[in-house]
Design a protein around this ligand. Structure first.
Ligand SMILES: [Zn+2]
Length: 201
């Protein structure tokens, strides 16, 4: 299959989509006190390796990475993205320390602040997807439908689920306030240590 051309209109559409998403995630991150992460969230989407794929496969109705996958059989933009952005659980898949019978990668426990950034990302993406029909229960429904837990370290899954359920039951303001209050209490969130023993928020 031939690659579609890069056009100015598609480049502009992709730029606006990425920038709009980054702004929404940034707003969420600022609400919980993750200022640096909010500012740099998904910045690699402006790098040539990722941006040019968006400018080529932009449709406005699905991720350009899907279009690239259909043509090439894989998405070079996604491979570039997931290897550089720690809020994606795919970044945290590694070989097990002891290679046993399992030939698979294993999920490493994510530091709490990246779990929170992933939460902020999912809330923003759900709002874009559902528009005015968005409800606080949409992010947990999407998480369950995608069977995401299978790819997460159990502690990472527990923390993300806790936040998503809190969002569904108590709403956005209370959940963001809860995260903000607990985020920098190192023993609670695990702070900077990926393998901290006390991680659940
Ligand atoms: Zn991302």
């Amino acid at each position: 299959m031939k690659q579609p051309p890069i056009t100015f209109t598609k480049a502009k559409g992709h730029f606006l989509t990425v920038t709009q998403h980054r702004l929404e995630v940034c707003r969420n991150c600022f609400r919980v006190g993750l200022y640096r992460q909010g500012l740099v969230h998904d910045l690699s989407k402006y790098s040539p390796a990722e941006f040019l794929v968006g400018a080529r496969y932009y449709t406005g109705s699905e991720s350009p990475n899907n279009g690239e996958r259909r043509v090439l059989g894989y998405s070079s933009a996604w491979l570039h993205h997931k290897g550089r952005n720690r809020h994606h659980y795919e970044y945290w898949l590694d070989y097990p320390a002891v290679r046993g019978k399992s030939p698979c990668y294993v999920p490493v426990k994510m530091p709490g602040r990246y779990v929170v950034e992933m939460f902020c990302d999912r809330v923003a993406a759900s709002k874009t997807y559902h528009g005015s029909a968005y409800r606080d229960s949409d992010p947990i429904s999407y998480y369950r439908k995608g069977q995401t837990a299978a790819f997460l370290h159990p502690d990472t899954a527990a923390l993300l689920e806790k936040l998503l359920i809190m969002l569904e039951e108590k709403g956005e303001d209370r959940t963001f306030r809860y995260i903000r209050r607990h985020l920098h209490k190192k023993p609670i969130l695990g702070g900077m240590r990926p393998h901290g023993r006390h991680q659940t928020l």
